[in-house]
Design a protein. Structure first.
Length: 255
């Protein structure tokens, strides 16, 4: 039995849409998608990855294959059948792993603000990731949460979003957060992307300063038949800062 905490606001819906959050966040980051998915008849499922939100982490090793297996177990327990799989940032990495390991449970794949291999495209991006690595190991999650929140939501009018993001990150299990950061640095799906045969959409924010749009284009080009949509005004957290536009793109693709 999986120990994943999951938000399941419309159990009567079908098919399920598995919504996978980014590093430090939890399933509640997808609440702006719930109403539109429910209105379209779907069953949104937003689990917390182990060590994030309300899902416990047992300290026995955090990796994407294990998380993907936990998610497959969740779908079996809820008897959903195959689901559409949507992942943002780290969630997009988990979504790739899920589609590769459990193709029979994957209807369509939506990869948002994510990558096949993490290679910063500029000096400022290299410095940002190095700073995050040092802060999380030497200072702690509280400082890490402020650093990330400012990067993801930089505009003055996004103060409420910054506070929300920082609070979510600060509540994560530090062991899980550090392990997930290491796994993200090691992840490389490039050789296996040709194995993904389900319809795939890559959604990119034109102003994403965490994962460059060019790197997301490389991901889309490597998956057979995949296409990319760029929301020019969006940043890294597209599902939040461009929720209405993102929902239209998502629902058009799922339909």
């Amino acid at each position: 039995m999986t120990r994943l905490h999951v938000l399941d606001p419309h159990p009567a819906g079908s098919p399920a849409v598995l919504l996978l959050h980014g590093l430090g966040a939890n399933g509640s980051m997808w609440t702006l998608q719930f109403d539109d998915l429910i209105a379209a008849g779907y069953r949104p499922l937003a689990p917390d990855a182990p060590g994030f939100g309300a899902s416990p982490y047992d300290g026995r090793g955090w990796n994407f294959r294990r998380v993907a297996a936990d998610l497959a177990g969740l779908l079996h327990e809820l008897d959903t059948g195959p689901a559409h799989v949507v992942g943002l940032s780290m969630g997009g990495v988990i979504a790739q792993q899920f589609a590769l390991d459990f193709p029979h449970l994957t209807r369509k794949l939506v990869l948002v603000s994510t990558f096949s291999v993490l290679r910063p495209g500029s000096l400022s991006q290299w410095l940002y990731f190095l700073q995050r690595l040092l802060v999380v190991h030497l200072v702690g999650l509280q400082q890490q949460s402020n650093l990330v929140a400012r990067r993801v939501f930089p505009a003055p009018e996004q103060e409420a979003l910054r506070e929300m993001a920082a609070a979510q990150i600060a509540r994560a299990d530090p062991r899980a957060y550090r392990a997930a950061m290491r796994q993200l640095g090691l992840f490389d799906s490039r050789r296996r992307l040709k194995e993904i045969r389900v319809p795939t959409l890559v959604v990119t924010g034109g102003r994403d300063t965490t994962v460059s749009p060019a790197r997301q284009t490389l991901l889309a080009n490597a998956i057979p038949g995949a296409r990319q949509v760029i929301l020019s005004e969006g940043g890294h957290a597209l599902a939040v800062d461009q929720a209405a536009a993102f929902n239209r793109v998502l629902l058009d693709f799922l339909a």
